[in-house]
Design a binder for this molecule. Structure first.
Ligand code: PA5
Length: 468
C-alpha cells in the first residue's frame, strides 16, 4: 500500500462523537458489515476483466509496474494528452469537450473541482466548454462566443452513435471548416476523438479524417470512465496534475480493495446505502456538497448511483443540492418531511481563500457575533448547523471531508465512490454497468428522427399508437 498521506475522511455513525448517522445504530451497520465485505471480495476477485476492468485504469498508463488487462492500449496516451494540453494552453485555446452523460460528467467534475483559479495565483490560459446538452439556445450561444481560430475539440462517445454528441460534433466541425480559415492539416490536429478504437462509426470517421483517436475501450463504461482520456484530456487542459489524480485513485483503490470494514470508506458508505435501502425505507439520496467546486461531484455521483443501481424496482433517487444555498430552499423538507432520506455532505477543510467578514458591523449589537469571523468560519458553522439539525431530527447523514481540494484527494474520493457503487450493485444483484432504460430512450429518439430499419419502424408504430 502506498504510504502517501491520505488527506481524506469519511465520517459515519461508526465514529464516536460525530453527529452523523442518526437513524443507523452501530449494530445495524455492523449487521451488514460482513455481507458488504463479502460483496467487495467478490468484486476484487472479478477485477481486471469484463466491466470491472475500469478499476485498472489508474495503473494502465505505464506509470506503474502493474500489468493490466488493457495491455499497451494506453501506453502512448498520457504523452498524447500532455502534448495536446500544452499545445492548447500555449495557444490560449478554447477547448470544447463534446459528450453527454458518462462521457461528459467526469470531465466537468474534474475541471470544476480542480481547474486553476485566480485564488491559486494564476489562471488557466485555456477556456473549457462542455456542451452536454442539445438545447439550441445554449449551443447557439456557445458558437457565438467561440473564436474559431482558437478552437480545439475532444469528441467523446464510446459507442460512437450517441445522437446528441454526433449532432454537436457535426455542427462544430462544419463551422470550423467553413469559418475558421484553418488549413485542413491544422484542423485535423485540433480534433481528438475519444472512442472505442475497435468499432463504431465514430472511430471509422476519425480514421478517415485523420483525427487523433484516444482510446475508450469497450470494457470501460461511460460513468466509470473518469480516469480514461474522457476525463484526463480536459483535466490536463485545465492545468490539473493528472499524475497526482491517478496516484490518489491508486491509493484509494489499494485501500478499499484490502482494508477491513472499520478502515474502509467504500465498505462503510455502501453499508449506509444498504441499511437505508433494505431496513429503513430510504429512497432518496441527498447529495449536499458544502463547496461550489464540489457541486458537480453531486452531479457525477447522481449519475453513478441512478444509472448503475436504478434497476428491477431498486435504487435510490439522488437529489442534487448545494450547501449553504439549499439550506434556504430544501433543508426544511429534509428535516421535517418524510423520513426517507440519507444525506451525504461533501466538504473541504482548507479553502484556497480566507475572507474576513468586516468588523465594521460589530458596533451594531445585532451583528456583534460576526466580529473577527471569516467567511470560512461562517461556511463551517452553517454546515455543522445542518448536520446537528439533521441529527436532532433523526435524519441519517454522513460526511466526506477533503483536507483540501487537490488532484490526489479528488482521485481518492472519486475512486471510493466508484467502488461503493460496484459493491452495491453486487449486494443488490443488479448489473451496475448497463443502462437499458437509457438505451431504450436513445432508440426511441432515433426512431422519432426517422432512422430507417425494421426495429425503428416498430418503435414508430408504438409511438403512433400512444399518440392516438
Ligand atoms: O454512463 C453511461 O454509460 C452513459 O451515460 C453514456 O456515457 C452516455 O449515454 C453516452 O454514451 P456514449 O459514450 O456511447 O456516447
Amino acid at each position: 500500500m502506498n504510504t502517501k498521506q491520505v488527506d481524506f475522511s469519511l465520517r459515519l455513525a461508526l465514529q464516536d462523537g460525530e453527529p452523523c448517522g442518526a437513524l443507523f445504530a452501530k449494530e445495524e451497520i455492523a449487521g451488514v458489515a460482513e455481507n458488504v465485505t463479502e460483496a467487495r471480495d467478490r468484486i476484487e476477485r472479478g477485477r481486471g476483466k469484463g466491466p470491472l476492468a475500469f478499476l485498472e485504469l489508474p495503473y494502465s498508463y505505464g506509470s506503474s509496474d502493474r500489468r493490466t488487462a488493457f495491455g499497451d492500449t494506453f501506453s502512448q496516451t498520457l504523452g498524447t494528452i500532455h502534448e495536446a494540453a500544452n499545445r492548447i494552453r500555449a495557444a490560449r485555446g478554447q477547448f470544447v469537450h463534446v459528450g453527454i452523460g458518462g462521457s461528459a460528467l467526469g470531465a466537468i467534475t474534474l475541471v470544476t473541482a480542480l481547474g486553476v483559479t485566480k485564488s491559486m495565483g494564476y489562471e488557466c490560459p485555456a477556456e473549457i466548454h462542455v456542451p452536454d446538452n442539445v438545447d439550441p439556445d445554449w449551443i447557439g450561444e456557445l458558437l457565438h462566443r467561440l473564436d474559431l481560430t482558437r478552437v480545439y475539440a475532444n469528441v467523446v462517445s464510446k459507442s460512437g452513435d450517441t445522437t446528441e454528441t454526433i449532432a454537436t460534433f457535426a455542427l462544430l466541425l462544419e463551422v470550423m471548416r467553413e469559418k475558421s480559415n484553418l488549413s485542413p492539416a491544422e484542423l485535423r490536429r485540433r480534433i481528438f476523438v475519444t472512442t472505442n478504437p475497435e468499432e463504431g462509426a465514430l472511430a471509422e470517421l476519425a480514421r478517415s479524417e485523420g483525427f487523433t483517436i484516444l482510446p475508450l475501450p469497450d470494457a470501460i463504461h461511460g460513468r466509470f470512465s473518469v480516469f480514461s482520456p474522457m476525463g484526463l484530456l480536459a483535466a490536463a487542459v485545465a492545468g490539473i496534475d493528472v499524475g497526482e489524480l491517478l496516484e490518489g485513485a491508486r491509493v484509494a483503490d489499494e485501500r478499499t480493495a484490502r482494508a477491513p470494514f472499520g478502515d474502509n470508506p467504500s465498505l462503510q458508505f455502501a453499508a449506509l446505502h444498504y441499511v437505508g435501502l433494505t431496513q429503513k425505507g430510504i429512497s432518496n439520496l441527498i447529495l449536499l456538497p458544502y463547496s461550489n467546486r464540489l457541486r458537480t461531484v453531486g452531479d457525477w455521483y447522481s449519475q453513478l448511483v441512478a444509472e448503475s443501481l436504478g434497476k428491477q424496482g431498486q435504487g435510490m433517487t439522488p437529489v442534487k443540492a448545494l450547501g449553504v444555498t439549499d439550506q434556504h430552499s430544501q433543508l426544511q423538507l429534509y428535516i421535517d418531511g418524510p423520513k426517507d432520506k440519507l444525506v451525504v455532505v461533501f466538504s473541504v477543510a482548507r479553502h484556497a481563500e480566507t475572507l474576513r467578514i468586516p468588523n465594521s458591523l460589530a458596533s451594531n449589537s445585532a451583528y456583534t457575533y460576526l466580529a473577527y469571523k471569516t467567511f470560512n468560519d461562517l461556511f463551517k458553522a452553517e454546515r455543522e448547523a445542518t448536520e446537528v439539525s439533521l441529527h436532532l431530527h433523526g435524519v441519517p447523514n454522513c460526511r466526506f471531508e477533503l483536507a483540501e481540494l487537490s488532484p490526489f484527494n479528488m482521485g481518492y474520493l472519486l475512486t471510493v465512490l466508484e467502488k461503493t457503487v460496484c459493491i452495491l450493485g453486487e449486494l443488490l444483484s443488479v448489473n451496475a454497468f448497463d443502462q437499458p432504460g437509457v438505451e431504450e430512450s436513445k432508440e426511441y429518439a432515433r426512431a422519432m428522427l426517422g432512422k430507417s430499419g425494421e426495429q425503428y419502424d416498430q418503435l414508430r408504430e408504438i409511438v403512433a399508437k400512444l399518440s392516438k
